[in-house]
Design a protein around this ligand. Structure first.
Ligand code: SAH
Length: 366
């Protein structure tokens, strides 16, 4: 897939119209979204979709005549939501626990189980806080991904709950708000990490990649970098594990990240020392921005599936954004077949380290 194809929004038919989808966006052809969209029942006038992805459930709520707000973290998904709904839905970039208290009659939530327990629990708290008394939470999840635990928790925090549907491992439940919502606990955590004799302090939010410890692959990549780096681009920069140790070594740092929680972390960890952009791959850069060095530890999952389309877009963006002679460093699990992808763009591709992961270096013709 070319970078242009990656960035292209496609129309797909859904009940009552169409939605836009694109590579890297969640919630299209996903049974969780389809089942929740098909089976939820309207209640009251206003609804909040706390994990919309491309907006299948948001669309169903609109079809039921509700006024909908959709809160989403992913820039790729936000691009689709904005294109699909325009002004007819309040599309908000935000975190699922940052909801307006007592503001809505219904909350819909596909449990974001692959973002970890704390992220899901805080999403449920966000739902509990946003609902008015008598409001309803429609929650959808898999029994293999903690549904029972989350359903119990939702009942503790909200009130009476009913299991509405079972479909294989999937469960759909509705919970009514009968009690005041618990207060939001502190969400930020931090840890220290020493690299090259330098002590770094990282703050992070729930749901970000490798919160609490720097990923061993990222550490390996850092050890392979030359001292002089020039202008550095960090694609999929997370909370800044790769960029923070390079402050002072890079002439300037730009970090691109799709996930809003990670963007907030990177902004906190890097402050004025980097330009941190909420970006679907290189979408937030201007046309003419080029770099001397590009670094990445690319994602290879969407949910449980190994999906290389985003990583492929990272590689193509790295090539497109490098100056002539510039170098691209990528770290990956050893089983991932990135070499042919790199070889299809770059003149030189070398494996510079192999251990728990492999670090590949690709250079653009000078
Ligand atoms: N560089 C960080 C994070 C690596 S994990 C570290 O080394 O710790 C890969 C990161 O890519 C995740 O933070 C993920 O949110 C981000 N990502 C996924 N899809 C993306 C996209 N389309 N555009 C930009 N970033 C993306």
């Amino acid at each position: 897939m070319s970078l242009e194809t990656y960035h292209t929004l496609r129309k797909i038919p859904v009940k009552g119209g169409f939605l836009y989808t694109k590579a890297g966006a969640r919630g299209s052809q996903d049974p969780a979204y389809e089942l929740l969209a098909d089976h939820l029942e309207p209640h009251g006038q206003t609804a909040l979709d706390l994990n919309p992805g491309i907006g299948l459930v948001t669309n169903a709520l609109r079809q039921h005549g509700l006024r909908v707000q959709a809160i989403e973290t992913s820039r790729a998904s936000l691009r689709c939501l904005e294109a699909s709904f325009g002004a007819s839905v309040r599309v908000t970039r935000g975190l699922p626990w940052e909801t307006e208290p007592d503001s809505t009659d219904l909350v819909a939530l596909v449990l974001p189980a692959n973002r970890g327990t704390r992220f899901v629990e805080l999403s449920l708290l966000g739902a509990a806080r946003a609902l008015r008394a008598g409001g309803r939470l429609w929650m959808f999840g898999s029994k293999n991904k903690g549904f029972e635990h989350y359903f119990r928790l939702a009942q503790d925090w909200l009130g009476y709950g009913l299991l509405v549907r079972r479909d294989g491992p999937f469960r759909l439940a509705v919970v009514e708000k009968e009690k005041p919502a618990p207060v939001l606990p502190p969400v930020w955590r931090s840890f220290e990490w020493e690299f090259s004799g330098q002590k770094l302090l990282f703050s992070y939010l729930p749901g970000v990649f490798s919160g609490g410890q720097v990923d061993p692959g990222s550490a390996m990549l850092l050890r392979q970098l030359p001292h002089d780096l020039g202008h550095v681009l960090d694609i999929g920069g997370g909370y800044g594990a790769l960029s923070c140790p390079l402050v002072g070594r890079a002439q300037c740092l730009t970090l691109l990240e799709d996930d809003w929680a990670s963007v907030l972390c990177a902004q906190k960890n890097l402050g004025e020392q980097a330009c941190v952009l909420h970006s679907d791959v290189d979408e937030a850069l201007t046309k003419d921005q080029l770099f001397t060095t590009v670094i990445t530890n690319p994602p290879f999952h969407v949910g449980d599936l190994v999906v290389l389309e985003t990583a492929t877009a990272f590689i193509e963006a790295a090539y497109a954004r490098l100056e002539r002679g510039g170098k691209f460093y990528l770290v990956a699990n050893r089983f991932l077949p990135y070499e042919p992808l790199l070889e299809s763009c770059f003149a030189t591709v070398r494996t510079v380290a192999v251990d728990s992961h492999k670090v590949l270096m690709a250079q653009k013709l000078g």
